[in-house]
Design a binder for this molecule. Structure first.
Ligand code: GUN
Length: 278
């Protein structure tokens, strides 16, 4: 599954839609707030700003020193909550240790929560309301649908239970009428569980954990992992070379889920902009 190609075609759809919206006088706006100098975060933030430019969005990047106080950060967020030029607010995670992530996420206006991390957004996801949905889980669903792998009636096994990926992707798969099993570090006999999957989603952050004996022949394997090897190369949670012959479909790392995630962020920002005009 070529996430880059699929992502490019969705971006083209978004670009056209943004053009139409701009003719009505609305430019979707996204602000990204970054604390500190974490190199991975710097790359992510740069890519987000670049994508905004390419697709005709209005964007702002706020870079604050790592020692910025929580109160200062909250006041910046409140300012953007009130600023109608911005339809999306994203605070890049992880945050420095002295800042409570929950307080920061709670401060973002639900209407502008393009990460889908606010408790109200999470609640809406559970209930099935049309919330702003978290980007990586949505990217997984979009990849499945656009490659003709409708989850309906399939057995989806998710390895990982994080708030950012494992839990929400499980809920989205359920919404798409899959039967969902959630596994994690305390699940006995993980390989056997994984082998039951028609769709296997892996989001644990352990390089090359999943081997070919974890995969049912013909299964769809979605690798959400992004691990840096000692030689500097990126690799996923799935041992791609080992699994590629067994799987029916598999996402590579890089060029798999990653490029789709920013695209889903752009789609959320557009959705929020459209909602702001009713
Ligand atoms: N850091 C790594 N992934 C993410 C994400 O999806 N959203 C935010 N805000 N920060 C991240």
């Amino acid at each position: 599954m070529d996430g880059k190609n699929i992502s490019d075609s969705i971006r083209e759809e978004l670009r056209r839609e943004v053009e139409g919206l701009r003719q009505k006088g609305i430019t979707p706006g996204l602000v990204v707030i970054l604390l500190g100098e974490d190199p991975a975060s710097q790359v992510y933030v740069k890519n987000k700003a670049k994508t905004c430019n390419e697709l005709g969005y209005y964007s702002d990047v706020v870079r604050l020193p790592a020692e910025t106080s929580q109160e200062k950060l909250l006041s910046v967020i409140r300012k953007y909550n009130e600023d109608s030029r911005f339809h999306g607010i994203l605070v890049q995670l992880p945050l420095p240790e002295h800042i409570k992530e929950k307080a920061v996420i709670d401060a973002i206006s639900v209407e502008k929560d393009v990460d889908g991390f606010h408790p109200v957004s999470v609640g809406n996801l559970m209930i099935g309301d049309d919330a702003l949905l978290p980007c990586t889980p949505t990217a997984v669903i979009e990849l499945l649908k656009r490659t003709g792998n409708d989850p309906a009636g399939k057995h989806a096994v998710v390895i990982g239970r994080s708030n950012i990926v494992g839990k929400p992707v499980s809920m989205l798969l359920l919404r798409e009428n899959a039967t969902v099993t959630i596994c994690h570090s305390r699940t006995p006999n993980l390989p056997e569980m994984a082998r039951q999957a028609d769709i296997l989603v892996v989001a644990v952050g352990v390089a090359k954990l999943v081997k070919k004996d974890w995969v049912k022949p013909g299964a769809v394997v979605i690798d959400v992992g992004m691990n840096r090897l000692p030689d500097g190369k990126l690799c996923g949670d799935v041992d791609f070379d080992d699994v590629v012959e067994t799987a029916g479909w598999i996402t590579p790392v890089p060029r798999g889920v990653g490029p789709m995630t920013i695209t889903m962020l752009m789609a959320n920002t557009l959705k929020s902009a459209k909602r702001s005009i009713g």
